[in-house]
Structures are given as structure tokens and as C-alpha cells.
Design a protein around this ligand. Structure first.
Ligand SMILES: NC(=O)c1ccc[n+]([C@@H]2O[C@H](COP(=O)([O-])OP(=O)(O)OC[C@H]3O[C@@H](n4cnc5c(N)ncnc54)[C@H](O)[C@@H]3O)[C@@H](O)[C@H]2O)c1
Length: 411
């Protein structure tokens, strides 16, 4: 199943539960606009390379469209389309006044220099500046892009539109960014994991956690959960997995990774396991926080976790989702579990529009409030309607977007 087809599968399950009219379905499911642009870039060695860039604008019924900008060699239209539609449902589940979009450039971000990356970013803005903006479509960092790319983006956009820091989020804190954005997705994963543990009757102090991926999301989730007294027994990155049944000292592991070029390779305080074995550990909570599609029909029968929290986008394939749901294993779906990042991006956009600097306490307090509210709504709906958390989350999101379209006379 292709990436967009998988999202459509979940959309249809929720739309059936909502008894959504047939003629409304394509309007909600399909993107409003898909942009493909050519990006000719002069490389450092003087070669002229033509890259392909995408921006898919999925839905703007509830506000300006919002979604990351990814630089990765596997970026294509289908993946961008699926991620754009997930953004529509994600912003609606947490009830922030945005629609959904996603963009990317098909380029290996590790194989280009900083200056090449800057030229690619500026050229991309040259191609799409008329279609984006603080009231239209607001990009953000994603795989292969960061706060520095966002700073170049604003600078280039401002040449066309004047001073407009709210055109992107995820900017450097000292350049119109917001404190707490970097930790937001992982922190949100942590907040929601604790809430879900409560709902399945497990105490944090008696819960063990395995986290795949120790980058931005995985490391901040690990930090939050170990501070909340959970025992994080396994972490991993591209170099492999590290397992210690007595618990891993997360601050020490984060320091080790930083000091070794953001790699855990050789981490001495744990035994090594593969990234596949990590997924199959007998733990209370499994948090895939690296890649999509890691839990499939091939390994699903060996998954022993009592709860799965989707920090990455689409880590569980639809066939595996079905098996886990039948086994009664709750899966906190990506559109809720990793929505902390876009929620704090909304605060950053609001801050820029207000010309007022928010402080970290306010960001954390409001993040906790918004995610907790969304969690209660989704969990209660799942119980009431006897559906999975994923179907319930899609139902909440689809219902909000459909209402907005009807109220505006669009549907
Ligand atoms: N950063 C955000 O705000 C955000 C928001 C929503 C969703 N996500 C999703 O969360 C996931 C992680 O994002 P991130 O920002 O932490 O990325 P990141 O690049 O900071 O970290 C990714 C981590 O995954 C590891 N990794 C990469 N390939 C791997 C592999 N084959 N096996 C195991 N580990 C591997 C890397 O070594 C690294 O530790 C992605 O799927 C991303 O789309 C991120």
C-alpha cells in the first residue's frame, strides 16, 4: 500500500463511522493544490543541477495550511501528499486554526554543503513565494531541514513580501523563534504516553519503555519519560539499539551521543541489539521515533509492548495496525502522538503575529493543556464508539474540517 493510499484507508474507516456523505469525501480526502517546481542550483563545483521540489496544499478550511519542508532523496509526490493530508487531520485533532500542507525537495541533505543547501532553499522560495505566506501556507523544518534553513527561508520570502517572520515556524529562538519548539514533539509524546499509561492502569514507575530513534523527538521523549519515573530500557539510532533492563541514564546517553557526532555507536552502558530486536522487546511501551513503516505484517506477531505510541509518522502499516487492534493493543496514532511540534509552531506563529515573546513556562503550560484536551476527546470517543484510537482521532479531525467547510458554504 502506497503512503497516500494508507492515509486514505484510515480516512475511509473514520468517514464510515461518521456516516460522512459520499459527495463530501473526495472534497475532504484529496489535496486542494499540488505544486511541482524545478529548482536549478549551481553546486559548489560549478555544476548546474536541476532538483525537483514539491508543495502539496491539502486543506485550508480551518485556517492557513501548515506543514514541514523535507530535504531527502526519497521525497516524492505520493509521500508529500500523504504527509500533507496527515497534517490536515493533525491540526484538526489538536484544534489549532490551521489546515494541512507538506513540502520537500528530492535531494540527499547529507551530500550537500551548507551553501548549496542555502541556494536550494532560496530558489525554492523564488518558485513558491506567491503560494505561501502567514495567511496562506506556513512551512516548518522537517527531515533534512532545521532552524537555519527556516532563517534563510524568511530572509528570501521577505525580499518579495516585506517583514513577515510568521511565514515559517521553527526559526532560531533569537530570530523570531519560540522557546520550547525544539523539545515540543518529544515532550508531547512524553505527556501523552503518561496519560495513556494512566488509562490502561499502569503506573509510570512500573513501566518500561523502548524508543527507536534518538534524534530530536526520541531523545526529548526519553528525557521527559525518565524524569516522569518511567524506566527507559532501550534506545536506538542509525548505529543500532542499546538495551539495559535496569534502565538507561538518558542524560548520560544524550551527552555520549552529542560527544560522538550525534551517534550512540559504542555506548558502553548497555548491551547491543538490532533496531529490529528493539521493536520486539517485552516492554510496557514501544515508541517508534525514527522511520515510517517499521511495524509490518512480517514482525507484528512478535510485538510484545502493551502500548504503542507513534512518535514517527506512519510507523505502523495498515495490515499490522489491524492485527494489533484485534489483539487489543492500543496505538496512540501519529496525528495525535506527535502533534506537540505543530502545536508549538502555532504558538510561534501567534507570537509573531502579536509581536510578543512568549516564555518557556507559558509554552509548556499551553502545550500540556491543548494535548491533554485532545487526548481526552479521542480516548473518550474511542471508548464510546468501540473504535481504535486511530479511527477516533481521524473522526475528531474529519468532523472538525467537515463542519468548517459546511459553515463556510463550501460543502
Ligand atoms: N521533529 C519534529 O518536530 C517532528 C514532528 C512530527 C513528526 N516527526 C517525525 O518523527 C520522526 C523523527 O524525527 P526527528 O525530528 O527526531 O528526526 P531526527 O533526524 O532528529 O532523528 C531521527 C533519529 O532516527 C534515527 N534513525 C534514522 N534512520 C534509522 C533507522 N533506519 N533505524 C533506526 N533509527 C534510525 C537517527 O539516527 C536519529 O537518531 C520522523 O519520522 C519525523 O517525521 C518529527
Amino acid at each position: 500500500m502506497e503512503a497516500f493510499e494508507a492515509v486514505q484507508h484510515y480516512f475511509n474507516m473514520a468517514a464510515d463511522e461518521l456516516e460522512l456523505e459520499d459527495d463530501l469525501r473526495p472534497l475532504l480526502a484529496l489535496p486542494e493544490r499540488e505544486i511541482t517546481v524545478q529548482i536549478p542550483v549551481q553546486m559548489d563545483d560549478d555544476r548546474l543541477v536541476s532538483l525537483i521540489g514539491y508543495r502539496v496544499q491539502h486543506n485550508r478550511a480551518r485556517g492557513p495550511m501548515k506543514g514541514g519542508l523535507r530535504y531527502h532523496h526519497e521525497v516524492d509526490l505520493d509521500e508529500t501528499r500523504s504527509l500533507a493530508s496527515l497534517m490536515t487531520w493533525k491540526t484538526a485533532v489538536v484544534n489549532i486554526p490551521f489546515g494541512g500542507a507538506k513540502g520537500g525537495v528530492a535531494v540527499d541533505s547529507r551530500a550537500i554543503s551548507k551553501r548549496e543547501k542555502e541556494r536550494i532553499t532560496r530558489k525554492f522560495v523564488d518558485e513558491v513565494h506567491e503560494l505561501i505566506g502567514p495567511d496562506k501556507d506556513i512551512p516548518a523544518p522537517d527531515m533534512g531541514t532545521d532552524h537555519e534553513v527556516m532563517a534563510w527561508f524568511v530572509n528570501q520570502y521577505n525580499k518579495y513580501a516585506g517583514f513577515n517572520p510568521a511565514v515559517v515556524t521553527g526559526k532560531p529562538v533569537e530570530h523570531y523563534g519560540i522557546p520550547g519548539r525544539e523539545e515540543a514533539t518529544g515532550r508531547g509524546v512524553g505527556i501523552l504516553t503518561i496519560k495513556a499509561l494512566g488509562r490502561i492502569g499502569r503506573k509510570p514507575a512500573k513501566s518500561t519503555i523502548a524508543i527507536q530513534g534518538f534524534g530530536n523527538v526520541g531523545s526529548h521523549a526519553a528525557k521527559f519519560l525518565s524524569e516522569a519515573e518511567c524506566k527507559v530500557v532501550a534506545i536506538s539510532d542509525l548505529s543500532g539499539g542499546y538495551y539495559n533492563p535496569n534502565g538507561i541514564d538518558i542524560l548520560q546517553a544524550a551527552r555520549y551521543s552529542r560527544e560522538h557526532g550525534f551517534s550512540l555507536a559504542g555506548y558502553p552502558e548497555a548491551e547491543t541489539v538490532t533496531n529490529h530486536q528493539l521493536l520486539e522487546l517485552d516492554v510496557t511501551v514501544l515508541i517508534p521515533a525514527a522511520l515510517g513503516g517499521v511495524i509490518t505484517c512480517e514482525n507484528v506477531d512478535r510485538i510484545k509492548a502493551k502500548l504503542i505510541v507513534e512518535a514517527a509518522n506512519s510507523p505502523v502499516r495498515p495490515d499490522a495496525d489491524k492485527v494489533l487492534t484485534e489483539r487489543g493493543i492500543p496505538i496512540l496514532p501519529d496525528i495525535l502522538a506527535n502533534a506537540g511540534g505543530v502545536t508549538v509552531s502555532y504558538f510561534e506563529w501567534a507570537q509573531n503575529r502579536q509581536f510578543y515573546q512568549w516564555n518557556l513556562n507559558r509554552v509548556r503550560g499551553e502545550l500540556d493543556h491543548m494535548l491533554s484536551t485532545a487526548f481526552e476527546q479521542v480516548w473518550d470517543l474511542a471508548v464510546e464508539r468501540h473504535v481504535s484510537l486511530r479511527t477516533a482521532a481521524f473522526m475528531v479531525g474529519i468532523d472538525r474540517v467537515a463542519r468548517a467547510m459546511r459553515l463556510a458554504g463550501q460543502a
